[in-house]
Ligand binder design. Sequence first.
Ligand SMILES: O=c1ccn([C@@H]2O[C@H](COP(=O)(O)OP(=O)(O)O[C@H]3O[C@H](CO)[C@H](O)[C@H](O)[C@H]3O)[C@@H](O)[C@H]2O)c(=O)[nH]1
Length: 226
Amino acid sequence: MYVLVTGGSGYIGSHTCVQLIEAGYTPIIVDNLHNSKASVLERINTLTGKTPLFYKGDIRDRAILDQIFSEHKIHSVIHFAGWKAVGESVAKPLAYYDNNVAGTLVLVEAMRDAGVKNLIFSSSATVYGDQPKTPYVEDFPTGNPSSPYGRSKLMVEQILEDVQRAETEWSMTLLRYFNPVGAHPSGLVYCTGRRGPPRIGLYFRQRLPNTRWHRRARLYSRGRSG
Ligand SMILES: O=c1ccn([C@@H]2O[C@H](COP(=O)(O)OP(=O)(O)O[C@H]3O[C@H](CO)[C@H](O)[C@H](O)[C@H]3O)[C@@H](O)[C@H]2O)c(=O)[nH]1
């Protein structure tokens, strides 16, 4: 069964492709390589014995999406393609709304026209905004995200909910995770991107008290000490 993974050569997308192959699915990746490298395909092959089909392209390019949907009988789409750096989104809000919101609109229209109506969207826990209580739980209401990145995720969630209400045959799933960190146990698949989240290991180390433990600490964030 074919699953289209947008942003599938990125950090979470590449782990997802490994899991999909191991579960018997055939992932097809569309990624513009803005924040990843095609070399991850070889590493996925080393781990699973299979190389995902790969299209270098942008989800805002309707023609490439139509080509993919016409060439393969796709069952579902897992949508990771997007920009994700909170700080950068404050400086470049238009780019974030264009990639994350407008890109998703093009994708959903192409899916609808191809009759593919199963979508899993990589959202973010930032949609909860600041809540008065911790720990956050799934059924908290969404809040006021504090950045254009967070707002772009919330906007997409709301758009998908509206589409699902209007056309009830859609299956929409929203993944709201907090900062993912770490690498595949093999060390072959990890966060290679140039754009955030920042080097979390380094961030923690800078905040450790200045003891010998601080000096000796080796923390692993992008699959290497960071
Ligand atoms: O318009 C775009 C923007 C990005 N990408 C690609 O999308 C992938 C995104 O992967 P990253 O490694 O940059 O991001 P993550 O896998 O860490 O993040 C994913 O999970 C996050 C949640 O923590 C956010 O949901 C984010 O949008 C989603 O991409 C990259 O390969 C990038 O090249 C595109 O193909 N098109």
